[in-house]
Design a protein around this ligand. Structure first.
Ligand code: HEM
Length: 252
């Protein structure tokens, strides 16, 4: 096996461990932070099924963003929907042709939607970047990391499309490399520049994900403003530590 492949095998494991451990650590941290007040953003649901419905419309339709600003919603929705389609297209690199889900992934619909999603992803990202650059109040509150994330994902989408249109890679060898990572049966990684650029940016994204603004994806589910019920009159709100204090008689 060549040195480059050994380096990338190492980088893949490091990045994946950092990604998974980092996200779990952050979510546990969010879970530990007490929510002493009722801070549900109103109009908020009165029942638990209402909370589920609220999350559904937030996650699938980006409801509150739609109410806030239509242009940002259009570009943001376009980007995230494209990301999902590209994800489905990439599944063919990690699913064996013998698996029963292979036909669900390797068919014309998933593969062509997933491919054209590369272009719509670029449009969405360029729109979001233009918003940061040209809208005064957004530019004022933008930090370098806001731009870095957009440029990084633009780089990933751009290099991905270039693999298709500029210079192909050896997909069979790439798949052997990826499957080898799962089964600890390590194989060479194709060494063409565009693939290496694509994969290196993806690994960097995975490394920084747990300490970046992209944590909003799993973090949304831990937000009291979204998961709390609007029932302060029916039920007194007490955080866990508030209840402990009260039990000990230290809160009266
Ligand atoms: C280790 C993870 C990844 C590997 C091995 C990988 C590999 C590839 C390859 C080989 C292609 C060319 C497809 C072809 O020739 O048919 C591609 C395309 C692409 N990739 Fe990735 N990719 C990875 C992760 C990602 C991620 C995380 C994103 C998005 C943020 C992404 C976005 C794209 C896009 C937009 C395209 C062009 C659309 C298409 O698939 O035709 N990739 N990727």
């Amino acid at each position: 096996m060549n040195t480059l492949s050994i380096l990338y095998i190492f980088l893949f494991y490091v990045a994946m461990i950092a990604l998974v451990a980092g996200i779990i650590n952050k979510l546990l941290q969010y879970k530990r932070v007490p929510a002493p007040l009722k801070i549900a953003v109103t109009p908020a649901p009165l029942t638990k099924p209402g909370v589920v419905y609220r999350f559904f419309t937030e996650v699938v339709l980006f409801n509150s963003l739609f109410r806030a600003t239509k242009w940002t919603w259009i570009f943001s929705f376009l980007f995230h929907a494209s990301l999902l389609l590209a994800f489905f297209r990439h599944l063919r690199y990690v699913i064996s042709p013998d698996s029963f889900i292979w036909p669900l992934v390797n068919n014309l619909v998933v593969q062509s939607f997933g491919h054209y999603a590369g272009f719509t992803m670029l449009i969405g990202l360029l729109g979001l970047l233009a918003r940061r650059i040209f809208v005064d109040r957004v530019r004022y509150i933008s930090s370098p990391s806001d731009y870095l994330m957009l440029l990084l994902i633009l780089g990933i989408a751009g290099s991905g499309l270039s693999i298709v249109y500029v210079s192909h890679t050896d997909i069979v060898q790439l798949k052997a490399f990826i499957m080898g990572l799962f089964y600890f049966d390590w194989q060479n990684l194709p060494s063409d520049t565009l693939l290496l650029a694509h994969v290196t940016m993806v690994l960097f994204l995975a490394l920084i994900f747990p300490v970046s603004k992209l944590l909003h994806a799993p973090g949304l589910f831990m937000a009291p403003t979204r998961y709390q019920l609007d029932n302060p009159r029916e039920k007194r709100h007490l955080s866990e530590w508030g209840a402990e204090l009260e039990k000990d008689g230290r809160n009266s």
